[in-house]
Ligand binder design. Structure first.
Ligand SMILES: [Zn+2]
Length: 379
């Protein structure tokens, strides 16, 4: 008996020049649609609010906007229609994230963004994967490269959609599949995680997980960024530097991605309940000075991995949503010590005399709070 799950497999695709051109055109169309629907929505929202009934950013309203845009722009009528519908689905998701999860307001996309993408929905035989090539609806076939593990999965799973993406100068197809996974055995052990800035995380068993060392990657990225700013845009030398810049960006992303995959896999294999504070309420991550935007974005990736892997493998991931003074509370007697500032790494509880390592104590409190939440849920 297994669990039915959706997952995305990232394949490197190798388009020839003509296909590369087609892919770029489709990314351009997706960007055009996104920007125009967003602009249209903002205008209509003001108009409707003025009359006292705000316009919902839902699928029906965006679908109506797509129809209007298609009437005005003939080239859209010839594009891949499933990928156009995906654009407004993504917009609806972006708005949901904004309203429910506190993410930023959906932004306009620029041609200069490092990431460009479009998505094709599976419809009959429009997406097909052979041993070496993937069919992207009416755009045609393109060669791909991937591991034998992924090839096997692709062969035996149901395909839902494909996102084509350009990232740091390389093309990828992210194939979303439905497959069956075996749940992991329960270990009878639980863990609390306190995310930090000095260390990536401290666990409730006292284990500390250090931050990745990205000094070399960051230095090279900065070096080529500087060089780019001095070169003539899109000149031969500029493009040469751009490739090097992309290479280091890629290295950095892969390093983060691999480390987070390993860490989340380790935690999900070893523990039944994994507890963490919600990043939205964790004060220091909201402070720009302490937590740069990029660090917050990559931490959301880690949280996301823990979330879906726990679900896949039959474990429980609990995020504590409400404000809870995990750092200031003694996990033994519950005494609340308001004197704990950021520089205090260890403290002794004035009430029960227990000596605490600051972050381990916080992680234990997070775990205890999560167990309370889980216990309430199952009554
Ligand atoms: Zn105490």
């Amino acid at each position: 008996m297994g669990k039915v799950v959706n997952m995305g497999l990232k394949l490197v695709i190798l388009p020839d020049e003509a296909m590369g051109h087609v892919l770029e055109q489709n990314m351009g169309n997706a960007r055009f649609l996104w920007n125009n629907m967003l602009a249209m929505y903002i205008n209509l929202y003001m108009l409707f609010s003025f009359n006292g009934c705000p316009l919902c950013p839902n699928i029906r309203n965006f679908n109506a906007m797509l129809k209007m845009l298609k009437q005005e722009n003939a080239f859209l009528r010839e594009g891949e229609s499933t990928s156009q519908q995906q654009v407004f689905r993504d917009l609806v998701n972006a708005f949901n994230k904004f309203f429910k999860e506190g993410s930023g307001y959906p932004k306009f996309k620029s041609k200069k963004d490092l990431r460009q993408s479009f998505r094709i929905q599976k419809n009959g035989n429009n997406i097909r994967i052979t041993n070496r090539r993937i069919r992207l609806a009416k755009l045609g076939y393109v060669h791909y490269r991937t591991s034998s593990k992924y090839k096997k999965l692709l062969k035996n799973s149901k395909i839902n959609n494909v996102t084509v993406k350009r990232e740091n100068g390389k093309y990828y197809a992210i194939v979303n599949i439905t497959t069956t996974l075996e749940e992991l055995e329960k270990t009878g052990e639980d863990i609390g995680i306190d995310l930090g800035l000095k260390n990536l995380a401290t666990l409730s068993n006292g284990q500390e997980i250090v931050n990745l060392d990205l000094k070399k990657e960051d230095a090279m990225i900065r070096k080529y960024q500087k060089k780019l700013s001095r070169q003539k845009y899109m000149s031969k030398n500029y493009q040469k530097t751009l490739r090097k810049y992309h290479k280091w960006q890629d290295k950095k992303n892969n390093k983060i991605q691999n480390a987070y995959h390993q860490l989340s896999k380790y935690l999900v294999e070893k523990y039944d309940i994994i507890a963490m504070e919600n990043l939205n309420i964790k004060g220091m991550f909201q402070n720009q000075r302490w937590a740069p935007k990029l660090q917050r974005i990559s931490l959301y990736k880690l949280v996301n991995m823990l979330k879906y892997k726990s679900e896949w493998y039959g474990k429980t991931f609990i995020q504590i949503d409400r404000f809870y003074p995990s750092t200031k509370t003694c996990n033994i007697c519950g005494y609340r010590n308001d004197n704990i500032t950021l520089d205090i790494r260890q403290w002794t509880c004035p009430s029960c005399g227990t000596h605490h390592h600051r972050d381990t104590n916080a992680a234990i409190n997070i775990l205890n709070e999560a167990i309370k939440i889980k216990y309430k849920q199952t009554i």
